[in-house]
Design a protein around this ligand. Structure first.
Ligand code: ATP
Length: 238
């Protein structure tokens, strides 16, 4: 990990149509190669912040540079650098696992690489299901496909939006193994979670978002020493 930021977020706010302010003047730098965990209660603004960084939600104010590109002006370049594993299980029901993952790779201009796609599918225990239609898969398998899709174009930044929600122990285990491997290969990882234990296990640094405000950004060890799990739990519930 280096202190060189791969994502710089400056003064970002988001007000949804209807007037609800989901993000309030967020300033944050994500370091190249780190695992950053964004903790927050339901509705705190985690998914909105990810959406804004990826350029799929328009910020109402502020600017974001991701992997050297402005998320608004250079949307395609930013998306090519980012792999996003969304919370919802929505994906192309009628396609096979292989076709879906290969297509995702092509979407970002990467030349076909069947060996790489095979590796991703094997790592996620999807190889035996490569010809299955997505709609025939269980929820856990669909989540694996979403992770494979996000990794298909070899992104430098990976976002995992509440990756543990509704996931069994085996998938969680596979996922965290992959995350550690990716990080060892230089990928920057940002995950959102409600679970302090998960952030404590996985992250280098932790951010806490509360009602749209980023109230804490700290190295994990420092934060746990300063607040401890109990105080952090209370902070999340505020
Ligand atoms: P959760 O942990 O429940 O997924 P979150 O921290 O990811 O929550 P967001 O999904 O970012 O929170 O939502 C933040 C706030 O913005 C919530 O109050 C939500 O209702 C509101 N919100 C999100 N999307 C929209 C939208 N499209 N229009 C209006 N309000 C929205």
């Amino acid at each position: 990990m280096s202190n060189d930021p791969i994502i710089s977020i400056r003064g970002v706010s988001k007000t949804y149509s209807g007037g609800f302010q989901a993000l309030k003047n967020i300033n944050l730098e994500i370091r190249r190669g780190e695992i950053f965990a964004l903790l927050g209660a339901n509705g705190a603004g985690k998914t909105t912040l990810i959406g804004v960084i990826c350029g799929i939600v328009n910020a109402s104010a502020g600017s974001i540079i991701a992997d050297g590109h402005d998320t608004v002006r250079d949307y395609r370049a930013v998306r090519a650098a980012i792999g996003l594993v969304p919370q919802e299980l929505h994906t192309d029901a009628f396609e096979s696992v292989w076709a879906t993952v290969s297509f995702s790779r092509g979407l970002f201009g990467k030349p076909p690489n069947p060996d790489y796609v095979e590796k991703v599918l094997r790592d996620l225990s999807l190889w035996d299901k490569r010809d299955a239609k997505i709609m025939s898969l269980s929820g856990g398998m669909k989540r694996r496909v979403l992770i494979a899709k996000a990794l298909a174009h070899e992104p430098t930044i990976l976002f995992l939006d509440e990756p543990s929600a509704g996931v069994d122990v085996e998938l969680r285990h596979d996922m965290w193994r992959m995350v550690r491997e990716l990080r060892a290969n230089g990928t920057t990882i940002i995950l959102t979670t409600h679970y302090i234990e998960e952030a404590e296990d996985m992250a280098d640094r932790i951010g806490v978002i509360n009602k749209g405000e980023l109230i804490i950004v700290e190295d994990k060890a420092v934060l746990m020493r300063k607040l401890g799990k109990k105080q952090l739990t209370l902070t999340l519930r505020q």
